[in-house]
Ligand binder design. Sequence first.
Ligand SMILES: *Cc1c(COP(=O)(O)O)cnc(C)c1O
Length: 398
Amino acid sequence: MSHLPPRSSPSCNRAAPWLPYGRQSIDDADIAAVVEVLRSDWLTTGPVVPRFENAVAAFTGARYGVAVSSGTAALHAAMHAARIGPGDEVVVPPITFVATANAVVFQGGTPVFADVDPETLLLDPAAAKAAITPRTKAIVAVDYAGQPCDYDALRAIANRHRLVLIADACHSLGGAYRGRPVGTLADLTVFSFHPVKHITTGEGGMVMTDRVDYRDRMGAFRNHGIGTDHRQRAERGTWFYEMTELGYNYRITDFQCALGLSQLSKLPAWLDRRRAIAAAYNRAFAGVPFVRPVAVRSDVAHAYHLYPVRVDFRALGTDREHIFQILRDRGIGVNVHYIPVHLQPFYMRTFGTAPGLCPLAEAAYAELLSLPLFPAMTDTDVDRVVEPFQSLPVVRAA
Ligand SMILES: *Cc1c(COP(=O)(O)O)cnc(C)c1O
C-alpha cells in the first residue's frame, strides 16, 4: 500500500536511525493478550470479537461496532449498509486515501469528487452540496489528518437531501467535534487498525453505528451475506443458514481483536502524546517562514494521526523532490498525504476525472508534506525533524 513507510531509507550510508512517518507501539501486555487467545478454543468468530466491538463502542459513544478485516472492508461494509449500488452517486473529497472512493466503486456506485476547504483540507460543505444530483445517495466525510469535519453543516445537507452521512474516520479515532466524539457524528463511522493508525490489530477495521438494521446488514456482509437471525435458526435446526445477499469473508480473528483490546487501553495516553508532539511542531514552525501547519478549527479535538505541513517550495527556490530527498537522506521519513484521488489513472480512465476538477485540493497537494508522528517519538526525534527546516538555506545548499 502506498501509505506504508519503507523499512529503511533508500540511501544506505546513514548514521541516524530511520524515523518513519508512523509506527505502531507493541508491548509485552499486547503480546500476552494475543498469546492467550492463540491458546484458547477460538481463533476466529469467537468471544473476543464482540468484546472488542463493545469496547470501541463504549470508547466512542456509538451504540454498535462491527469489526472486520481492514479499514477498506469497513468502508465497503458501510457502503453496503447504505445500500449503494449501480447508478448511485456518493460525494467524496479528493484529499484522502484511495480506499475511500474505491469502496463506492466496489458497490458499482460512482464517486463524485467535491473540493476541500483550502485551509483545513476537509470536505467543504458548500462544495458537497453543489455536487448533489438526483442520483446522490451518500456523503463521505474524511477526517483528514485526525481533524473532524464540519459535521453540523454536513448533517444539515444530508438531512435535507435524504442522504446517508458516512465518516471515514480512519485518521480520527479519539477526536471530537463541538464536544461530541468521533463515532457519534455520522450514520456510519469507519475506523482502520492498520499499524500506522491510532491503535492496531495488524490489519483490521470497524464500523460504528447507532442503527440496529445497519449493524445486522454489516454483520451478514462480513460473513458471505449469511444472516444471523438466531431465533430462526433455533426453530429450523442449527444446520440451517440462509444467504440473503452477496457478502464476503471480511471476518477479523479473535487474536487480532485481543491485540486491539490491549491497544485500546493505551489509546488515551497515546492521544495525549500525539497532541503534545503536534504542539511542539506548532511551536517550532511558528518561527519558520514558508512552512505552515494545516489549519485546525477551534471547535474540534484533533486526534493527530498525521502532522501535515504546507511548504511554499517555490518561495524557497526549490521543489518538493529536493526537500523530500534531503530529509529522507537524514533518516526522516516524510511522506505526502495525499495525491488527490481524482488524479489517479484509474479514476481519470474510468470516470473521466481530470486536473482542474478540484483546484483547491490540487493546489494544496503541491505544497503538502507529512512529518513523522507516532506516540513513541521522543522530544529529540521532534527536534531532529524540525532542525533541517529551521536552517532551510542549509537545506537549499545541500
Ligand atoms: C488507512 C485508511 C483507509 C484504509 O484502511 P486499511 O485498514 O488500510 O484498509 C481508508 N481511508 C483512510 C482515510 C485511511 O487513512
